[in-house]
Design a protein. Structure first.
Length: 94
């Protein structure tokens, strides 16, 4: 899968909720949840989506109620359609 061009990335980003470009080669979204347990539940739900898509984000649970998700297609050296597809599925969770 080929990496997307800058213009394609910006177009796809406009349709996502709360995602931003990170270091030019990834997209990232931060979730603030009611408590630690809610963060764990979100991670579990994202994990199920990631497994079904065979595309796995970097996941960071920090503080007591924040989850940061970072998507990139490492094998392609940047962002691909797979990243935006999974981001859209994650958006439907919240």
């Amino acid at each position: 899968m080929a990496p997307l061009e800058h213009q394609e990335i910006e177009q796809r980003l406009a349709h996502l909720d709360g995602w931003r470009v990170q270091d030019g080669s990834a997209i990232e979204r931060e979730f603030e949840l009611p408590d630690f347990a809610a963060g764990l539940r979100l991670i579990e739900r994202v994990g199920a989506l990631a497994e079904a898509a065979n595309h796995h984000p970097d996941i960071l649970l920090h503080g007591w109620n924040k989850v940061r998700l970072t998507l990139s297609t490492h094998s392609a050296g940047g962002l691909t359609e797979a990243d935006f597809r999974l981001a859209g599925e994650i958006d439907e969770l919240s």
